[in-house]
Write a protein that binds this ligand. Structure first.
Ligand code: XIL
Length: 505
């Protein structure tokens, strides 16, 4: 719940047009009474009054059960909310409390009792309720008693929380806002691609998407069919795109671009791809056979996607993560073992041969800002540039709020931009250890620092893509690294990235 308060704080800071009493875009709200009555007032004919002390709000002077602390809320009709409040009374042996809603339609007020709980004298208790508001003109939530119309009582920690996913397409669109600078995108996996509501939200926020896993070799390679083909020709490769289709179909139908990830990678590539007959018992194939398999694989990926989704995939990660950590050398992998040190150059050569005209070819890697890896990446890029088959470099950017520093990121970007390549931020996320206000703010600030750098390279920067939509579906799910939380509520980082372009950050 703290994060909703943090969100509210951010809204107050960056979006002064949204008044306190309006909660936020979703009606999520916490009143912790640390700063006055927070919009709460006494519902009565004038005799009752509310006051705040010790992070609680107390009502006195009641003379009817409905005399109560109440507050106006923006709630979304048809959405399910959880509501809770702590209550204390010190007058009677037992008093039953209710959370209730008052609302009006065409000037006529009506009421609903949402949840009840009994409070023994002198004990703070919690009253819980769920509520799915119907379509009314306004909503007041309040806390009243059942009988006991004159007892004073106090409330604290009043919380309203949306209890379902909410894909709000009236939020500002990142793709629209960043259109003057670069494409704005995300990685989405197959199960998300099959969720119409989530995809409608993606369509609103992004103009380019990447398959999180479904265009990787372990998804595309059809090993059993390849095994059959290998009986005749050990260089033959069978491919299938079943897992990738839902997102390709969606993007094609909705005019969203696709960045392809990834043709050649040491990871998520079956070991049997490198073995005779595609059998785990087989020896590793020769360099020649492997290069022929590489060519057959890449050719068929381009043939299939271009035949079925012409023009949809505008760029590809041809090779991913070839440079070793803490080194200037290539990492050892099945690719270096079976093909050799030139496997990256060969992959780009083949990709260029089969890529449709205009499709941009990228080398993609992580930990770019760190030496000596940065030098290794630069050396590799230099050799690929000399071959004439590379168009761009993709910075993965799986970062934290402290590392790498913005200076390190800028330095690396400068070094690579100077080579005249196109750039993209292919896999952005910024991890935090928990969703405390402090962490959410640090995360928002780091997103802003990074976006400032990306905007400085807008001339070469083709796209910035976050690696996922909501925190719960992130590959770094325990680090809350994305712009939207589990329920797809925009986090402070989202608003900060929006405000960066609107000029108030
Ligand atoms: C990750 C996916 O997000 C996970 O779902 C999968 O289990 C492993 O791969 N660098 C990359 C991406 O280039 O392909 C990786 O994606 C994250 C790191």
């Amino acid at each position: 719940m703290k994060r909703f308060f943090a969100l509210l704080l951010t809204l107050l800071l960056v979006m002064p047009a949204i008044a306190l009493g309006e909660a936020n875009d979703y009606g999520n709200y916490t009143s912790d009474f640390t700063a006055g009555t927070d919009g709460w007032y006494a519902r009565s004919a004038g005799e009752a009054a509310v006051s705040v002390s010790g992070n609680a709000l107390t009502i006195t002077g009641r003379n009817a059960t409905w005399n109560s602390p109440g507050r106006d809320f923006n709630l979304l009709p048809g959405k399910k909310y959880k509501i809770s409040v702590q209550v204390l009374q010190s007058s009677e042996a037992n008093v039953e409390f209710m959370i209730s809603a008052a609302h009006s339609k065409n000037g006529l007020e009506s009421y609903e009792n949402l949840g009840k709980a009994k409070a023994p004298k002198g004990c703070w208790i919690t009253v819980n309720a769920t509520y799915t508001p119907a379509e009314f003109d306004n909503y007041i939530l309040y806390v009243e008693t059942v009988g006991h119309g004159t007892v004073d009582f106090s409330i604290r920690n009043f919380k309203v929380e949306l209890d379902e996913l909410y894909f709000n397409t009236s939020l500002p669109s990142l793709a629209e806002i960043y259109a003057p600078y670069f494409d704005l995108g995300a990685a989405i996996n197959q199960s998300q691609a099959l969720d119409a509501n989530r995809m409608a939200f993606c369509d609103h926020q992004f103009n380019i998407l990447t398959h999180e896993n479904e265009l990787k070799p372990d998804s595309v390679l059809d090993i059993s069919a390849s095994r059959n083909l290998a009986k005749e020709d050990d260089t033959a490769v069978a491919v299938h795109f079943d897992a990738a289709k839902p997102m390709l179909d969606f993007c094609q139908a909705n005019g969203i671009k696709v960045h392809g990830h990834v043709l050649v990678w040491h990871s998520q590539t079956p070991d049997v791809f490198f073995r005779e007959g595609y059998k785990s018992s087989g020896n590793y194939v020769t360099r020649e056979v492997m290069l022929a398999r590489m060519e057959n694989y890449i050719r068929q990926v381009f043939e299939y996607t271009e035949a079925n989704y012409p023009g949809l995939i505008i760029s590809w990660d041809v090779v991913n993560e070839a440079v070793a950590d803490g080194s200037t050398q290539l990492r050892e992998s099945n690719w270096t073992k079976v093909v050799g040190q030139d496997f990256v150059n060969r992959a780009f050569e083949i990709a260029r041969k089969y890529a449709p005209e205009g499709v941009k070819l990228y080398y993609n890697d992580y930990s770019t800002p760190y030496e000596p890896k940065l030098t290794g990446i630069c050396n590799l890029l230099d050799s690929l540039i000399a071959d004439g088959n590379i168009d761009g470099y993709g910075f993965q950017c799986h970062y934290s709020t402290t590392t790498p520093t913005p200076t390190q990121v800028r330095n690396a970007m400068q070094k690579i931009a100077a080579k005249g390549l196109l750039l993209r931020v292919s896999e952005l996320d910024v991890g935090i250890s928990n969703t405390s206000d402090v962490n959410l703010t640090a995360q928002a600030n780091r997103y802003v620092d990074l976006f400032k750098i990306f905007m400085d390279y807008a001339d070469q920067m083709e796209a910035v893509q976050v690696w996922g939509l909501t925190d719960d579906r992130s590959w770094r799910g325990d680090e809350f690294p994305l712009l939207f939380d589990d329920r797809c509520m925009p986090k402070p980082a989202f608003y900060s990235v929006v405000e960066l372009v609107n000029g108030t950050k």
